[in-house]
Design a protein around this ligand. Structure first.
Ligand SMILES: Nc1nc2c(ncn2[C@@H]2O[C@H](COP(=O)(O)OP(=O)(O)OP(=O)(O)O)[C@@H](O)[C@H]2O)c(=O)[nH]1
Ligand SMILES: [Mg+2]
Ligand SMILES: [Zn+2]
Length: 336
């Protein structure tokens, strides 16, 4: 039996949304049984749509649940992208901000995640992963985190070899009826942690790329119930936190030098990855362009491109980028 909040309804008519795919939903009843669900015509014509973590009222009809009402939300984890609002999930108690201690470690980004979490009404918890990759530096990095949070946010560091400890620490929060969400960059180990809590490898994880970047293995948000009746939402790696759609231009302003450099590239549509005659790569090798400036530039461009898109559009854009990336590589290999 799952512990749903009390609503003024027969509990057999209350469901929780665990997955959203266009107009089709996956819901779970308080008995833990999951079904496919759709909206009734009446609800469909209203503006609001259920999102992951929502409690809804509906009637079970054969194998299909017809949702006719959205029930009040306790918390909403969202961000504003220009005019659009992107929902990460609702009715969340704990936002597990997941950040790896290696290249991913970034206090500015952490601060933006903390703002999102506080705005949502949920409690943030900071999970620092991959401690094994930064041996000896962990304590120093934890102090740096405390300087941002004034010590007011629980922060714990794990590594692959300390999964028992990670499990124990996370279960302190994930009591029956509680809901958490894992957010953070791609490849920081969100799905790895959730698998640990589910005691089985239900969710795909993938080794990160040689350049230390994640591969965007998780592409949809999904709510999973643990054996004890707590819930955890796994989400795809977040590209940006709070960057405005019109910042694509200002990014170019800040890094004007790179634009100037890229005019010298042999190919007009050079991606500056491994194309021959790439002026950006040459400048990097020669030390004329700082590797950090370059990495920040790439990140910000990608973030700015995704800003203003809905979560579905972002996922599509990500997929296209990944496929596009592969094609670029193939073309290069084919060149004599
Ligand atoms: N060295 C090390 N590797 C880890 C640790 N935790 C996870 N990994 C590895 O990091 C890689 C990425 O992990 P995932 O769990 O797929 O990352 P994710 O955050 O879910 O990534 P997306 O789904 O792309 O957002 C996997 O190869 C994991 O085995 C850790 O503590 N130390
Ligand atoms: Mg994942
Ligand atoms: Zn180039």
């Amino acid at each position: 039996m799952l512990q749903f909040p009390k609503f003024d309804l027969n509990e057999t008519n209350v469901f929780r949304v665990t997955n959203v795919n266009h107009d089709t939903y996956q819901v779970v009843s308080f008995t833990g049984e999951s079904s496919v669900a759709q909206l009734t015509g009446k609800l469909y014509h209203q503006q609001q749509r259920p999102v992951i973590g929502d409690y809804v009222a509906g009637k079970s009809n054969a194998d299909l649940v017809m949702i006719d009402k959205l029930l009040p939300r306790q918390t909403e984890l969202k961000r504003q992208n220009g005019e659009q609002i992107q929902m990460f999930g609702v009715n969340i108690d704990y936002v597990f901000i997941t950040m790896a201690l290696n290249e991913d470690f970034n206090l500015n980004r952490l601060q933006r995640y903390l703002t999102l979490a506080y705005d949502s009404g949920a409690t943030p918890v900071i999970l620092l992963t991959k401690a094994d990759l930064v041996a000896g530096k962990t304590d120093e990095q934890k102090l740096a985190v405390d300087s941002v949070t004034f010590g007011a946010v629980e922060c714990m560091a794990f590594s692959r070899t300390q999964f028992d400890q990670a499990h124990r620490e996370l279960m302190r929060f994930l009591k029956p009826g509680k809901t958490g969400i894992l957010i953070g960059s791609s490849g920081v180990g969100k799905s790895t942690l959730l698998n640990l809590l589910l005691d089985e490898s239900r969710i795909a994880t993938k080794a990160i790329r040689d350049d230390g970047k994640g591969r965007h293995t998780t592409t949809t948000r999904e709510l999973h119930y643990l054996a004890n009746g707590a819930a955890m939402i796994d989400s795809p790696g977040v590209r940006s936190v709070g960057i405005n759609a019109d910042s694509a231009d200002s990014v170019d302003q800040v890094f004007k030098r790179i634009k100037v450099l890229s005019r010298e590239c042999r190919f007009k549509d050079c991606q500056h990855i491994s194309e021959p005659g790439c002026a950006v790569q040459q400048a990097l090798k020669a030390g004329a362009l700082d590797q950090h400036v370059w990495e920040n530039y790439q990140k910000m461009i990608i973030e700015a491109q995704y800003a203003g898109l809905s979560s579905r559009e972002i996922e599509n854009a990500k997929l296209q980028r990944m496929m596009g990336g592969k094609q670029v590589h193939k073309q290069i290999w084919k060149r004599p």
